[in-house]
Ligand binder design. Sequence first.
Ligand SMILES: C[S@@+](CC[C@H](N)C(=O)[O-])C[C@H]1O[C@@H](n2cnc3c(N)ncnc32)[C@H](O)[C@@H]1O
Length: 209
Amino acid sequence: MDAALEKRHVERAYEFYAPVYDLVFDWIFAPGRSAAISQLRLQPEDSVLEIGIGTGLNLPLYPATVRLTGIDLSSEMLDKAIERVQEMGMPNVTLKVMDATSMDFGDNEFDKAVATYTISAVPDPVGVLREMRRVVKPGGTLVILNHFRSERRLTGRFEDMVAPLCTRLGWKSNLKMAPLLKKVGLVPELVVKVNMFNGWRLIRCVNRK
Ligand SMILES: C[S@@+](CC[C@H](N)C(=O)[O-])C[C@H]1O[C@@H](n2cnc3c(N)ncnc32)[C@H](O)[C@@H]1O
């Protein structure tokens, strides 16, 4: 675990962000969201896990036929998602406060899992991705949308420089993609750059066990 970003920091940060999260982050991150959910290639009846679902900004993008479970560490963020589910009338959605590094789900319980803008906001990204792999069936799909450390020299250095500040704000600016995926045994079948300045990466992997 990265000692600099601890669970209590994340909980505190998202308790603070919850009331304003949608106002600040909805429009910036919207193109990546649509692309991520479309990369799940959802089939009717799929069971899908969304890790760190936050305020539920992705909820309108799911078809009503899929069984969606959303988890988040922050009850304040999840309360917003619960409101959204109620407003939209989505009986196919279950939401739970849960730490993604130790999930209460059995092995191979889901067809697919997705994490949008979450992997760099968790204290233990390796632990979360390992859990994601455990709960998704062999051959299932994992979709990750996230900002990773840039491969461009100057941008990467800048992201290293601002990392201590970003950590205090609740996320890592310089998480490296390739070593992370290697550590958890994931080989991406697709990596595309999305959003403003192509600053975020959308990754799709098959869960080979
Ligand atoms: C930047 S927000 C992204 C929210 C949402 N996925 C979105 O696309 O808007 C990161 C979310 O990850 C959640 N989170 C951080 N660590 C977590 C953990 N260990 N388990 C579950 N959720 C976590 C935070 O509470 C927060 O809601």
